[in-house]
Design a protein around this ligand. Structure first.
Ligand SMILES: *[C@@H]1O[C@H](CO)[C@@H](O)[C@H](O)[C@H]1NC(C)=O
Ligand SMILES: *[C@@H]1O[C@H](CO)[C@@H](O)[C@H](O)[C@H]1NC(C)=O
Ligand SMILES: *[C@@H]1O[C@H](CO)[C@@H](O)[C@H](O)[C@H]1NC(C)=O
Ligand SMILES: *[C@@H]1O[C@H](CO)[C@@H](O)[C@H](O)[C@H]1NC(C)=O
Ligand SMILES: *[C@@H]1O[C@H](CO)[C@@H](O)[C@H](O)[C@H]1NC(C)=O
Ligand SMILES: *[C@@H]1O[C@H](CO)[C@@H](O)[C@H](O)[C@H]1NC(C)=O
Length: 450
């Protein structure tokens, strides 16, 4: 009995951290053209019950010394909101050896609790410091959550990106407005996404014969039927990140829209490229057990030192029997592509409440919080990819902060950087691991209705 009371007390502390009277965090706006021109945004909520008198933005940690803020914001009133600031992001440098490694780099500083980039936000009543947060990289967050490491992957909340390889690194080199405004789906390259804390990547692959002696040159990341980046660049980033961080990455080959149809030998070709680039970091399934990869835990993958889980439509391969050891079958996907905001809310209620009529089965599943170009067209206005993400991301982020987050598995977005999705996922995983460790004592139903 005392154990129950104690557990509930601890849980209460986890659910309602002491600083939660008005959570305040920084994100990167989707307004600017390029990443360096993008501005910082201040966000508050959900449920800002006791608003601070003022909020300051700093380039140095304001808890260390009395720095003057770069910007002061007054008059935060609503329970939830965001405000764009005129402070530009500029060129980002990652500390501790987390910039993309140029040569053979074998170590980087471990940041189990994340590491702030020089952008801080603090809230105050008068001179009393209430909260402090920062833009941060979280390259080691999963390894740090000891209790979550034994949970099946289908029980973890993994923050992800949609169209993960659809980024451009040099805006002036990319001439096409179509690509820049409509087909690019991420501010950051795959390396940076993973350093920020993303652990699920979604890739569409196309094939184009480039007349190259290297077969790898023929495979491209595509979005909406345009070739965006060479696939091997993405694979190299994933491999180097896993080697440097020992974290887990779920790599989902979700579609093959160009050049693959009725060409099993091209599927074989991409499989060979994957084996060549990632072979010794790819998790090997036990085929004789016909195991579901989502039942494995992070510790299972760590134990064999193979920390990339590859989701791939095995049935497309000409010889699935001998080619499928390294491949996990696809997880269920649910997308909001063709929905407006109120439909998205209803859909999330259906998926995340885990009621008996929910289509989510007891396996890995991916919630794609995205709006398609077509849906935006229905509004008689062609919204850019950033405009679409600017509308949907903050809403979904806010809804996941509530009780639904506890049932999330993979949540993937375009331009995730206008949310604090990664912090939300980490927080929920701590909570989930606590519940899993105490499920003998706590009735989940009661708590999820809190
Ligand atoms: C800050 O002060 C305001 C009134 O000035 C008050 O409503 C609010 O509760 C205070 N917040 C905290 C966290 O003390
Ligand atoms: C609060 O929200 C309302 C409606 O959502 C909006 O009109 C108003 O401008 C907001 N106020 C502030 C201070 O953000
Ligand atoms: C971007 O592309 C332009 C035009 O091709 C080139 O002049 C410039 O050096 C490139 N910048 C970087 C950082 O690679
Ligand atoms: C796969 O599972 C079977 C049945 O449990 C077991 O005998 C075999 O050793 C496993 N193979 C591998 C590679 O782990
Ligand atoms: C699978 O088996 C087929 C036929 O036996 C063979 O042609 C092919 O090369 C094998 N593939 C691999 C990856 O071993
Ligand atoms: C969303 O779409 C539904 C069905 O088409 C429609 O009934 C509803 O009014 C729309 N809601 C908004 C806010 O546009």
């Amino acid at each position: 009995m005392w154990k129950i009371v104690l557990s509930l007390l601890q849980l209460q502390l986890l659910v309602a951290p002491p600083a939660a009277s008005c959570p305040i965090f920084l994100t990167i706006s989707l307004a600017g053209k390029t990443l360096t021109e993008a501005c910082l945004e201040v966000n508050w909520g959900p449920d800002c019950f006791a608003p601070p008198e003022w909020v300051g933005i700093y380039r140095q940690d304001p808890s260390v010394s009395n720095f003057q803020p770069e910007l002061r914001i007054d008059g935060i009133r609503n329970r939830t909101g965001k405000r764009q600031t005129p402070i530009k992001l500029g060129k980002l440098h990652f500390p501790g050896g987390w910039n993309r490694p140029q040569a053979e780099q074998t170590t980087a500083t471990k940041y189990p609790k994340g590491k702030c980039l020089p952008y801080y936000v603090a809230s105050y009543n008068g001179s009393e410091l209430l909260t402090i947060d920062c833009l941060k990289i979280q390259p080691n967050w999963l390894a740090h959550l000891k209790d979550a490491a034994n949970m099946p992957l289908k029980r973890l909340f993994l923050p992800g990106t949609h169209a993960s390889g659809a980024y451009i690194t040099n805006y002036s080199k990319t001439k096409s407005l179509l690509v820049k405004d409509y087909l690019v789906a991420q501010h950051f390259d795959v390396w940076s996404q993973l350093v920020f804390g993303i652990r699920y990547l979604d890739l569409s692959v196309g094939y184009r014969n480039m007349d190259s002696s290297n077969e790898a040159d023929n495979f491209w990341v595509v979005n909406e039927n345009m070739f965006i980046n060479p696939l091997s660049d993405v694979l190299r980033d994933v491999r180097r990140f896993v080697e440097l961080s020992n974290e887990l990455v779920v790599l989902d080959f979700s579609s093959f829209p160009i050049g693959f149809y009725k060409h099993p030998e091209i599927y074989s070709g991409v499989y060979h490229l994957l084996r060549q680039e990632l072979g010794d970091v790819l998790y090997e399934r036990n085929v004789s057990l016909s195991e579901h990869c989502a039942d494995r835990s992070f510790n299972d993958l760590r134990a064999v030192n193979r920390q990339v889980l590859l989701l791939f439509p095995t049935e497309e391969l000409p010889y699935p029997e001998n080619e499928s050891v390294l491949l996990c079958s696809s997880w269920q996907r649910f997308s909001t592509s063709y929905m407006n905001i109120s439909q998205t809310l209803d859909y999330m209620r259906l998926l995340f409440s885990k009621k008996p009529d929910s289509p989510v089965q007891d396996d890995g599943w991916i919630f794609l919080a995205v709006k398609s170009i077509e849906q935006a067209l229905n509004n008689h206005k062609l919204q850019t990819a950033k405009e679409r993400a600017a509308l949907i991301n903050p809403k979904v982020n806010q809804w996941l902060n509530g009780p639904w987050g506890i049932n999330a598995n993979v949540v993937a977005m375009d331009y995730f950087s206008n949310t604090n999705l990664i912090d939300v996922a980490i927080h929920v995983n701590v909570h989930k691991a606590f519940l899993a460790a105490n499920d003998k004592f706590i009735n989940l139903e009661i708590l999820s209705r809190r």
